[in-house]
Write a protein that binds this ligand. Structure first.
Ligand SMILES: NC(=O)C1=CN([C@@H]2O[C@H](COP(=O)(O)OP(=O)(O)OC[C@H]3O[C@@H](n4cnc5c(N)ncnc54)[C@H](OP(=O)(O)O)[C@@H]3O)[C@@H](O)[C@H]2O)C=CC1
Ligand SMILES: CC(C)(CO)C(=O)C(=O)O
Length: 308
């Protein structure tokens, strides 16, 4: 399979690099990472030890692929959608592995070529040309609206050929919402309280996290997804326990003074809830507080547009 990875940062370089062991892969990212990969290949350390030689580029013009994986941060989704739907690029299928609800934006630009995806691998970019796998997880792919899918099965088989743990899932709407509900509970709370995930097992942080997760599950049900508040809270407790020693990605972003994905996680819960006439006060407060911090640090686009 010819695979293009749009957004060769931590996750994109890890997944793309592992896929390059078996498939023709082009990583689309930024210099100096892209330049180093061209000169010396990509080194993968941590849970894997590999040195691979994918193609690397800074632009998509002139590229074609059977599958494009979208691995930019959620706030860069509009740019990814615009690039991948441009005239100079020829892509059959697109699959996001991002956190947050981004597929709608991709589908608006790219139509029914878009599959939903989730990834629970852990990745860190350590240096240009070097990525570390900090946790072996699993990738799930499937149709945005759910259901059996030959094309998702083909993608999952291609991932497995390259040694990645990957399944096609006919229940992606529920899987996406459960992941969103867990991220809505953990990420912003841990970032604002400056605590590792394990601290969310105890009150009062656990209560705030559970309220955010329960609100997300209520919105999911309004969207027609079969996710009970009890199931979502059980998933939250499981992930808090399994990742107790982790700093969530949002806590890491705040520590590094980087923009966060709060709009695509807690903000998305608020926006979708509003469409159904549902109040989501905990998610709204979390999104507003992190938004205020991002604004004060000059991390948001000046015009206030959520997508830069
Ligand atoms: N890292 C992880 O372990 C996991 C991450 N995820 C999700 O995956 C997504 C990506 O996360 P992560 O890999 O950590 O993020 P990174 O910031 O490391 O990677 C994104 C990369 O895309 C680049 N990029 C953005 N826009 C463009 C563009 N127009 N052209 C070329 N390159 C571009 C960024 O460059 P620049 O920074 O210069 O803009 C950056 O290098 C997020 O949604 C995250 O939540 C999910 C599971 C695990
Ligand atoms: C599962 C969890 C909360 C692990 O830290 C995560 O996805 C993140 O940090 O973004």
């Amino acid at each position: 399979m010819d695979v293009l990875v749009f957004g060769a940062g931590a996750l994109g370089s890890l997944v793309g690099g592992l896929l390059a062991r078996e498939h023709a892969v082009t990583l689309v990212g930024r210099d100096p990472h892209v330049g180093r990969i061209r000169e010396d290949g990509l080194r993968i350390s941590g849970e894997f030890d590999a040195h691979v030689g994918p193609e690397a580029a800074s632009e998509v013009d002139g590229l074609s692929a059977d599958l494009a994986l979208v691995t930019v941060k959620a706030y860069d989704t509009a740019a990814a959608a615009a690039a991948l739907s441009g005239e100079g690029v020829d892509i059959d299928l697109v699959c996001s592995l991002q956190n947050g609800l981004t597929e709608g934006e991709l589908r608006a630009a790219l139509g029914d070529r878009v599959l939903a995806g989730t990834a629970t691998y852990g990745a860190e970019l350590v240096d240009p040309g070097r990525v570390r796998c900090t946790g072996v997880g699993r990738v799930h792919v499937g149709e945005l609206d759910g259901g059996e899918s030959d094309r998702a099965e083909r993608v999952a088989a291609a991932f497995r050929e390259a040694g990645l743990d990957c399944e096609a899932d006919p229940g992606m709407p529920r899987r996406r919402w459960e992941k969103l509900a867990v991220n809505a509970g953990i990420n912003a709370v841990s970032a604002l309280a400056r605590v590792r995930n394990g601290a969310l097992a105890e009150p009062p942080a656990a209560d705030v996290a559970e309220r955010a997760t329960r609100e997300a599950a209520r919105v999911a049900r309004a969207e027609g997804v079969d996710l009970t508040g009890g199931d979502a809270r059980a998933a939250l407790r499981t992930v808090v326990g399994e990742t107790a020693g982790n700093r969530s990605s949002m806590f890491q972003d705040v520590r590094a003074e980087r923009r966060t994905e709060v709009d695509a996680i807690n903000g998305a819960v608020v926006e979708r809830g509003r469409k159904h006439g549902l109040e989501t006060p905990t998610n709204r407060t979390l999104a507003e507080l992190l938004g205020a911090w991002e604004t004060a640090r000059g991390l948001r686009p000046a015009d206030g547009d959520r997508n830069r």
